[in-house]
Design a protein around this ligand. Sequence first.
Ligand code: ZN
Length: 299
Amino acid sequence: MSYRTLLLIVLLLPAALLAGARVLGVTIPIPHWGRDYVQRFVVDAAAVPLELPAIAGPDDPSRPLVVIDAGHGGRDPGAIGTDPEGKTFAEKDITLALALALREELLRGGGIRVALTRDDDRILPLAYRPEIARQLDADLFISIHADSAGEREDVSGASIYTLSEEASSEAAARFAARENDADRLNGIAIDGASEAVSAILVELSQQRTQEDALDFSALVLREGGDKLAFHSQPRRAAALAVLRAPDVPSVLFESGFVTSLSDRARLTTAQGRADYASVLARAIRVYFARRASALADRE
Ligand code: ZN
C-alpha cells in the first residue's frame, strides 16, 4: 500500500464510519426528560418544502377550520412499544391512524373544515406543523402523540398539553421580533406598528390564544371523562415548539402510552380509535359552538 493510499484511508475513515452509521440508521440519542415529545430527528427544513395540505369539508371559508397534526412520521418513528410477542408499535403509525379517524368523524358530522399536516408516512419538520395551521388561518390546532414510559408498563392514560405561561410569553416575544413585518395577527393590524407596540399586540394575542387552548383542553377532559382513560394528571403545560403559534389555539394531545398494554389495546384497534375520534370531535364541536355564540354576543 502506498503512503498516499494509506493517508487517504486515514483521512476518509471518519466520514466512512459516519456514512455507515447513517445507512444503518444509528442515531446519537438526544436526552429528553420524562415524556416523549421530542422529535428525535432534526430535519433540515430547507430539504423539505412546506406544502400546504388540502382542506376537506365544506367549501366555505366562514366555517371553522381545525388542523390535525399526526406526530412524527417517516424516518422519525416517535416512541416505540413492544408487546410480549415482540411485535412493535410505532407512535408515528398510531398518531396517523388517530388523525385520519378524527378527520373522518368530523367530516361525517359536517360543518367543520379539516386539514391534516400529514396524511401519510412522511417526515415533516417540527416548525412546519404550527406554521401550516397559521398559513391556513386555522381556528384550532391539535397535535396528536402517543407517549413512552420506558420500562414502566403500568404507566398509562391520555393527557393534554398547552403551552406553559412562561414559554408562551417567551414565544410571543420571539415571534414579535421575528415576524415584525407580518401584516396582521388575529385580525389585529400590526403592519407599521412600532416594534414595542407590535410586541405588546403579539403578547395580547397569545394570551387570548392560550385562554382558548385551555378552554378546549377542559372540553376534551369533560367529553372524554368517562369514555377515555386519562392519566392521573391529565392537564399539563410545557414549552413545546409545536404549540407556539401566537394566533392559533393549540394543544398537544398525548393519546396514551405505547408502552402500556391497555393503552395500546385502545390505540391500535378500530373501536379504540373510534372512541378517541368521537370524544375529540365532540370537544371540537362544542368549542366552535361556544366561540360562535361568544362572537354573536359581541355583535
Ligand atoms: Zn411524540
